[in-house]
Write a protein that binds this ligand. Sequence first.
Ligand code: ATP
Ligand code: MG
Length: 341
Amino acid sequence: MGDDQTGGKCHMCDAAIRIEGLRKTYRGGKGQPEKHALKGINLTVPRGSVFGLLGPNGAGKSTLINILAGLVVKSAGRVAIWGFDQDQNPRQSRSAIGVMPQELNLDPFFTPRGALEVQAGLYGVPKSERRSDQILELVGLSDKAEAYARTLSGGMRRRLLLAKALVHHPKILVLDEPTAGVDIELRQMLWANVRKLNERGMTIILTTHYLEEAQEMCDEIAIINHGEKVAQDSTANLLGRMDSRTMVIVPDSPIIDLPVSEGVEAALRDDGSLVLQYRNIQTSAEQVLESVRAANIRIRDVRTEEADLEDVFLALTSSRTEDHPADDKDQPRRGIHRVKL
Ligand SMILES: Nc1ncnc2c1ncn2[C@@H]1O[C@H](COP(=O)(O)OP(=O)(O)OP(=O)(O)O)[C@@H](O)[C@H]1O
Ligand SMILES: [Mg+2]
């Protein structure tokens, strides 16, 4: 996590991004119903953080990011970027953020250097403050500075998109799936750049479907699903929830009564095995086994499973269909109801 205290002034203590009640409804096409892509999202991104925005396909991540970027118009809610309200101070809020979009939308007739100059012009960066060559070097495109964008490979286009997001020296850099479909070298380059920029004080917001990456890179993570935020916490705390252990028991005969024990959540899988979840710090494996014996369950086989970010993610996003919202949304979440099929 970077240093928050750079400015010392009160407004510097503000968040990098503050989102309140953000909604986006896309109008439906011919005969199609409208689409509620964001359903009232509240989100605060701390300054100096590397912040992960995770969620399954169609969750609303790009919609949210494109609203931040000014590419999509929100239906309702408030967005403040680096303390500037997007509606009241559109220019300042826009210049505080640089976005590398998910779509490879490049003008094929510009060279990388040309594209950066145009972008700098759009953002009103004076000639004396332009750093096109430095940025091209940072993203490893120096030798392609004069090549036409249409001749660049997919990975090179991504590099150029990153470069474009950096030209106006934004306080916040947003990366929408920067590593989707890129090779290992580019992925490592991207993450090395992200680290470097973050160490220099830039706030980073990223989406990725590679949860190991998120686990490794992010200080804090929000998970959205069907347009709603289902979790936000420090990565450490999210994984801490995952201090939850899972014991899977294959019983000798079908189970009639589930074992009951404080701190242990029991559920049956479709295959008849018994899944027991408990927190490692509160409950010992021995206690769990005792509760199983007390319920007269004879154990044919037993194994334990450890959890990672993927488990948290699956637990929070596993309701796949729109008409079947996540269960017990109004109930406080106790533990993680994770039943892998
Ligand atoms: N321009 C549009 N018109 C209508 N519906 C849209 C439009 N853009 C996105 N949607 C819908 O809004 C929902 C959210 O899409 P969005 O692109 O924000 O998801 P995402 O979380 O970025 O997914 P992915 O992981 O696949 O990139 C989806 O159901 C999508 O079909
Ligand atoms: Mg997306």
